[in-house]
Design a protein around this ligand. Structure first.
Ligand SMILES: [Zn+2]
Length: 250
């Protein structure tokens, strides 16, 4: 059992006893962990209010061996997610970031790059970045960093390049665009417009991380929202809880 330190995002807290909680934290160095925070529910407990959902905290924890919960010994608040108090859509967007971090990653599988992307996304939501494109950018970045990005340039059937013209077939199960010869016989295929495909290609390019997501044309944005929601639901095997809310995002 060793003491470890990391920056972390609080993605879930569950009451464990009168005084304690189990916190799920997405850490920079160790990926997702679940840790018992003793006394966290006491008003003047050792964590004060550092373990608020979506807060960025600097933690120290004791790493337990297989199966046992880690033990959180320290959590210092770096940044609270304040957007919640201001704007419900930003709060739900934050919940969705937490949901994706929880659902798309396994415990103890480190992804420092995904941590940075999530940290950046929460900071943007906390500021004035437009909500819908900020989320699209995070979803596509997360998929790219975790190796789940759909094929957007080459046909998933034959590997030939697919031109962004007219309507393009997109296979939800096979995970990407299909050329006209490979499309027949495929199940769960949707068709996307050329502008939506172009926008998706652009959003998935590795760009300078300081580039702020820009607002998309409403029609293209709506189409991307639909495709990504269906694709993620297929990938996860169920519909994410926050997807109904995403449909209402303007
Ligand atoms: Zn093909």
């Amino acid at each position: 059992m060793s003491a470890e330190k990391s920056l972390a995002i609080v993605v879930r807290t569950i009451e464990f006893s009168e005084t304690s909680v189990v916190a799920t934290l997405f850490t920079e160095k160790f990926g997702k962990i679940s840790a018992l925070a003793k006394g966290a529910r006491r008003p003047k407990g050792p964590f004060e209010s550092a373990l608020d959902l979506l807060a960025v905290v600097r933690i120290v924890f004791l790493h337990k061996s297989s199966g046992a919960l880690d033990l959180l010994t320290e959590a210092k608040l770096e940044r609270r997610f304040r957007a919640a108090a201001r704007d419900l859509s930003r709060l739900y967007a934050g919940y969705y970031v937490a949901e994706l971090l929880t659902e798309l990653t396994d415990e103890g599988d480190p992804h420092a790059d995904l941590f940075s992307a999530a940290d950046r996304t929460l900071a943007r939501l906390d500021a004035d970045a437009p909500v819908a494109p900020t989320l699209l950018d995070f979803e596509l970045t997360a998929l790219r960093l975790l190796g789940h990005l759909p094929s957007l340039h080459d046909c998933v059937g034959c590997g030939n390049p697919v031109e962004a013209a007219g309507r393009i077939a997109f296979g939800l199960i096979v995970g990407g665009v299909l050329c006209p010869s490979c499309r027949p016989g495929q199940r769960q295929v949707v068709s996307i417009s050329a502008p939506a495909l172009v926008a998706m290609r652009k959003l998935t390019k590795e760009t300078d991380e300081n580039t702020e997501p820009t607002e998309l044309e409403p029609k293209v944005r709506g189409e991307l929202r639909g495709i990504l929601s269906s694709y993620l639901a297929h990938l996860l095997g169920h519909k994410p809880r926050m997807h109904d809310y995403l449909r209402t995002l303007r």
